[in-house]
Design a protein around this ligand. Structure first.
Ligand code: CTP
Ligand code: MG
Length: 562
């Protein structure tokens, strides 16, 4: 497998490192950006979507999450777990001051299996004895304490405070320290994109659902999709999961097979059976899975979903089953995001802008969504001359979905990746537009966009007339008869146009480079407004874990607190 380092990511890492050592080192430590390991982690590898997902799924199959008293328990836990097999990595995170966790990744699945076979349940009544990779590390029993001697091995915690989400104040400080609009955008991306621990926790959260269903459905897959995997995920973003009960669809392979499973038939009404399935899965999650709380069944939606929180990973989840193009859409966005190094930072900047000016809202409603904004940015990049992204009609398609097998080639390296790799940054290379220029051009492009008559359509480079009168029409590239932004009301489109124009004007009249006077907002800081919405990420970050527990955690850690 060939892996290509993205040159400009190296640059972003350095920019942030320099900044971290000067302006905000405590914050950088909190979000785990000041260790050489993490700077290397920021230098993302390019691999295909399927390779990435497979890698993450395999990691999850070899990993457990252990609640510990504090990060100081790492050495003890490392020694204890090492008895079951070689540990590949350990990552610490905490959801609030009292709840600390360490994700332990073993080298082999077998080691984790042996460990799980040696775990026990608490000897308390009302315990539902499920076996999932979510554990507690309790204090030593006196017997075990005597048996063990020297604990000299010191584990290397790859991340400490691995899921800390930068607050708006942190971000403001980071942006203030940058030198140009482009640097602000790159810094914003580096500091807020979903990190390694964030991805691991999402795949483990999905893995727990798989484990729960794998008795009757041994081939079940609970696949993350949406921003958790499409390359546009922000720290703390929600986790969208689609269930595939039987993923082995190679029926030809079984033609000669004479033994056939007995099976029940599902309702001929696909929607009704999907609703019933989700209802049952919702019940199962609620009753049996540790950490799962706040289960809501939204069965009347176009795609029936179950919403819940996983309190042990701090993640809000949307689980669905009949979401035909869910993963393909993520793959498409991942490929387009990998096409040019400016795409993802630009998307982050536009989404941050939309949030700051109040266009997006964490509560679902008639406002524009992050997903729609991503498509708007991609469409804008297709419309550049020369285009930064190809129109999808230039690529092979098979109706009704794009043929992603064709697209599944390793993501292209853009000219910028090449030049940055050779030590020439995009900023120095005046043949290419910087991400800062693209940001201002995005505002200008949509300021004069004919929202009344035209649709945003990534499938063709020609103008597309709206097929109906939704205020905002964004063609779903995988199901072209659907409008992705059907929810958006006319007053929201009016607001969008006003904010685009105001912001374009503000950027033109305000500084786009750093000034010595720190009180004067410039670049992205121009758009920060007081009292804007709390982001979904910040809202969902610290679930009141301990309040929902029946078991007293203090009791488990008693020995160590003495
Ligand atoms: N999706 C879609 N059509 C829609 C809405 C969503 O195909 N009208 C798919 C997209 O693949 C999207 C995913 O469902 O990425 C999840 O939707 P959502 O959670 O709303 O968006 P995210 O991209 O995950 O962004 P966020 O971080 O805001 O959750
Ligand atoms: Mg999502």
């Amino acid at each position: 497998m060939t892996l290509i380092r993205m040159g400009s990511s190296i640059k972003i890492g350095k920019t942030l490192r320099n900044f971290c050592t000067t302006s905000s080192s405590s914050f950088a430590r909190k979000i785990g950006l000041d260790t050489p390991d993490d700077i290397t982690a920021g230098q993302q590898m390019i691999m295909t979507f399927r390779e990435r997902v497979e890698n993450r799924r395999n990691e999850a199959k070899r990993s457990v999450i252990v609640q510990v008293q504090s990060e100081k328990s790492a050495a003890d836990l490392y020694n204890y777990c090492s008895e079951y097999g070689t540990i590949e990595s350990m990552h610490h995170y905490c959801l609030n001051e009292q709840s600390h966790f360490i994700l332990v990744e073993f080298k082999a699945v077998s080691a984790m299996e042996i460990l799980l076979n040696q775990c026990c349940h608490l000897n308390e009544s009302h315990i539902i004895p499920t076996r999932t990779p979510f554990l507690w590390f309790r204090s030593k029993s006196p017997r075990r304490k005597q048996a063990r001697t020297g604990e000299s091995d010191v584990p290397i915690l790859k991340h400490q405070y691995g899921t800390a989400i930068p607050t708006d104040k942190d971000i403001k400080n980071l942006l203030q320290g940058a030198k140009s609009l482009s640097e602000q955008i790159n810094v914003l991306y580096s500091a807020t994109h979903l990190n390694d621990v964030g991805e691991r926790l999402r795949f483990l959260t999905a893995r727990q659902i798989e484990i729960a269903l794998c008795g009757p459905f041994p081939n079940v897959k609970a696949l993350p999709f949406g921003s958790s995997v499409n390359g546009f995920g922000r720290m703390g973003c929600d986790l969208d999961i689609v269930l595939q009960l039987d993923t082995d669809d190679s029926h030809e392979k079984w033609e000669d097979c004479r033994l056939v499973f007995q099976a029940k038939t599902s309702s001929p009404n696909g929607r009704a059976s999907s609703q019933r399935l989700m209802e049952t899965v919702g019940d199962m999650c609620q009753l049996f899975l540790p950490g799962v709380t706040g289960v809501k069944r939204i069965l009347q939606a176009r795609v029936p979903i179950v919403k819940f929180q996983q309190d042990l990973t701090g993640i809000e989840c949307d689980l669905s089953a009949s979401n035909a193009f869910a993963v393909q859409m993520s793959e498409l966005l991942y490929i387009l995001g990998s096409h040019d190094v400016r795409v993802r930072p630009l998307v982050f900047a536009i989404r941050a802008w939309a949030r700051y000016v109040g266009l997006t809202n964490p509560v679902p409603g008639r406002w524009i969504t992050n997903f729609s904004l991503v498509l708007m940015v991609l469409y804008f990049l297709q419309q550049r001359s020369p285009p930064i992204l190809p129109a999808l009609d230039k690529l092979s398609m098979s109706s009704p979905a794009l043929n992603l097998n064709h697209l599944d080639a390793r993501p292209a390296r853009s000219p910028i990746v090449g030049s940055a790799h050779e030590g020439i940054s995009a900023e120095q290379d005046n043949r290419v537009e910087t991400v800062g220029i693209l940001f201002t051009e995005f505002l200008a492009f949509y300021s004069s966009f004919d929202f009344n008559n035209l649709a945003i359509n990534l499938l063709t480079s020609a103008n597309t007339i709206k097929p109906e009168h939704s205020p905002l029409y964004i063609v779903n590239p995988l199901e072209p008869n659907l409008n992705v932004s059907k929810n958006v009301g006319s007053e929201e489109v009016a607001k969008l146009r006003i904010e685009l124009r105001n912001s374009a004007w503000l950027l033109e009249s305000a500084d786009v480079t750093s000034t010595s006077d720190k009180s004067v907002p410039w670049g992205l800081l121009t758009f920060f407004r007081e009292n804007h919405h709390i982001s979904k990420e910040q809202k969902s970050f610290a679930p009141p874990v301990s309040k929902r527990r029946r078991v007293s955690i203090n009791k488990l850690f008693l020995e160590e607190t003495r």
